[in-house]
Design a protein around this ligand. Structure first.
Ligand SMILES: NC(=O)C1=CN([C@@H]2O[C@H](COP(=O)(O)OP(=O)(O)OC[C@H]3O[C@@H](n4cnc5c(N)ncnc54)[C@H](OP(=O)(O)O)[C@@H]3O)[C@@H](O)[C@H]2O)[C@@H](O)CC1
Ligand SMILES: Nc1ncnc2c1ncn2[C@@H]1O[C@H](COP(=O)(O)OP(=O)(O)O)[C@@H](O)[C@H]1O
Ligand SMILES: [K+]
Length: 497
């Protein structure tokens, strides 16, 4: 069985999905019963021998899920207590039904005290969190966090924005989070991912057609998103049909980054890889290269000569290259010649303040531009987008992609890939030991190598980011960047993933 795509939906889109399901004849309260049942099942599965469960219920439907879970746990023999934020008489709609079905005492949240041996169900706020948490909710959230007891969050840990993964004032730290129908960006974007603990996605009976109808081009970055676009070898493939990647080297003291990128590009399948080096760095490069070729490129005229060879179809520019006019000039010549360019590191910083010039170059016929900024580089190239903290990392990456006609790989533990059409994917497979010198250079090389093989841009960027994380997982925690290329999985491994 081939696993399906995994859409990620914003809380606003989730509201539309709920409405579609209800309009198609599914009773809204039935969805809440299923949601509460999924939370109760998780408590029983993981904390079935707890002394009891304290359910913290908010003023909306998230609170409703809490009352349903409390009732089910009580029915199954577990001691359950409900605490309400605000007057439970004011609950409306499905949440009021859930309160009535609970039918037992409801205590005030003011009176809640964390107790050792008991489990907490956090049903204060979910998708409807609109502003910073305040008052008694803050006090309770901080008390629970300090007490270190198991917390199962309904939909989202309270205080976490499902849209951006950011904290609104304060947020609970959950052991597990049970969300419904589809995950939200805040489950994967930092710090949200850390606050959710283990994520469970419960099927509450919403038909997949309702989810698909509201999917807004955002997915979890997993092989089903790009495996069909991976380069495939034919019996008559030869090295030139697999593409020729050129990687620019820095000066003689900055050559290692280019070689890391070059070896990754070769290992991921480019037919040929050449390090393009200033004459001053040729000796350093030559001393370390075997399969990878070396060519001197000092100035624009050398590069124009090289670009006459159409077999050079993909380039990496930036790692160790140096910041300045030369990087801008080289990037513009490559894009002007209609090639794929991975602009990384110093290449990105060189365009700080020259962002329009980059967009103009990327719009050239046949050019494909990838930019792979980490947070600091992103802020340098897109200061206005980065300073708008109300927008999620996904929205920031999408804006950057639109503005520069580029495929943006906005790096970090929660790398986001976005293309100018608005498609985006969030990575969640990168281990923290990937934060090591040279790891970004390797990612640039992987991407350059996939682009050399003609893989479409968005898919190539998603595949490169996922393979990078997977290689790091396989290499293990003592990883150094040199290990990444040797730990790449074979494509055949997940073609049936
Ligand atoms: N829809 C469905 O079919 C299904 C939905 N389900 C569940 O519903 C949840 C969404 O429910 P929801 O939309 O009622 O929002 P919810 O998270 O309860 O919060 C809204 C309440 O909180 C209040 N409030 C907000 N921020 C606040 C703050 N900072 N400080 C204080 N108060 C604040 C806000 O007050 P207001 O802003 O109106 O003053 C309002 O009263 C979703 O996460 C899932 O668990 C499941 O049952 C499956 C079926
Ligand atoms: N905490 C982390 N967890 C997972 N991946 C990380 C983490 N920190 C960084 N990374 C990844 O490691 C790479 C680092 O790239 P970069 O910052 O350019 O480093 P360098 O310039 O040293 O190569 C990026 O792919 C980034 O997504
Ligand atoms: K919650």
């Amino acid at each position: 069985m081939r696993t399906a795509l995994e859409p990620v939906v914003t809380p606003v889109a989730m509201g539309r999905i709920d409405r579609r399901a209800i309009d198609s004849g599914i009773v809204g309260y039935r969805l809440m019963l299923m949601a509460g049942a999924a939370i109760a099942a998780s408590v029983l599965r993981h904390y079935g021998d707890a002394a009891g469960v304290d359910v913290l219920c908010g003023p909306g439907n998230n609170g409703g899920d809490g009352y349903v879970a409390a009732k089910m746990l009580q029915t199954s023999g577990m001691c359950a207590a409900c605490y309400s934020l605000g007057d439970p008489v004011k609950l409306a709609g499905d949440a009021a039904c859930a309160r009535d079905d609970w039918g037992d005492e409801i205590l005030s949240l003011e009176d809640y005290v964390p107790t050792d041996g008991r489990v907490v169900i956090d049903a204060l706020f979910g998708a409807g969190l609109q502003r910073d948490v305040e008052g008694v909710a803050v006090r309770v959230i901080e008390a629970v966090n300090a007490f270190d007891i198991p917390v199962i969050a309904a939909d989202l840990p309270s205080g976490l924005s499902g849209e951006s993964g950011r904290v609104r004032g304060t947020a609970l730290r959950a052991s597990r989070t049970v969300t419904f129908a589809a995950p939200k960006p805040g489950h994967f974007l930092l710090p949200g991912r850390d606050l959710c603990g283990v994520l469970e996605i419960a099927d509450i009976g919403i038909p997949s057609r309702c989810i698909e109808a509201e999917t807004e081009g955002l997915w979890l970055n997993r092989p089903p998103l790009w495996r069909d676009a991976l380069p495939r070898l034919a019996a008559n493939s030869h090295k030139y049909t697999r593409g020729h990647l050129g990687v620019f080297s820095g000066g003689y003291r900055q050559t290692g980054a280019a070689r890391l990128a070059a070896i990754a590009g070769l290992r991921v399948g480019a037919g040929l890889v050449t390090v393009l080096s200033p004459a001053s760095a040729n000796a350093a490069n030559a001393a370390h290269l075997t399969t990878i070729m070396l060519r001197t490129i000092d100035g624009g005229a050398d590069l124009d000569g090289l670009l006459e060879d159409m077999r050079f179809n993909s380039f990496v520019l930036g790692p160790g290259f140096g910041v300045g006019e030369k990087a801008r000039d080289f990037a513009e010549r490559i894009l002007g010649a209609g090639r794929a360019l991975v602009l990384d590191a110093d290449g990105i910083t060189s365009f700080a303040g020259y962002h329009d010039q980059l967009a103009e170059a990327a719009a050239k016929q046949d050019a494909i531009l990838f930019i792979t900024p980490h947070q600091g580089e992103f802020a340098r190239l897109f200061p206005q987008i980065a300073s708008n903290a109300s927008r999620s990392k996904v929205e920031q990456a999408r804006s950057a992609a639109r503005e520069t006609e580029a495929i943006v790989v906005y790096k970090g533990a929660d790398t986001v890939v976005a293309d100018p059409s608005g498609r985006a994917a969030i990575c969640d497979n990168a281990p923290p030991w990937l934060a090591t010198a040279g790891s970004g250079d390797t990612l640039a090389g992987l991407l350059g190598g996939l682009a050399a093989q003609g893989m479409p841009g968005f898919e190539a960027a998603c595949a490169a980011a996922w393979l990078h994380g997977e290689a790091a997982n396989r290499a293990g925690a003592r990883l150094i960047a040199e290990d990444l290329a040797n730990n790449l999985p074979a494509f055949s491994e997940f073609q049936e993933y």
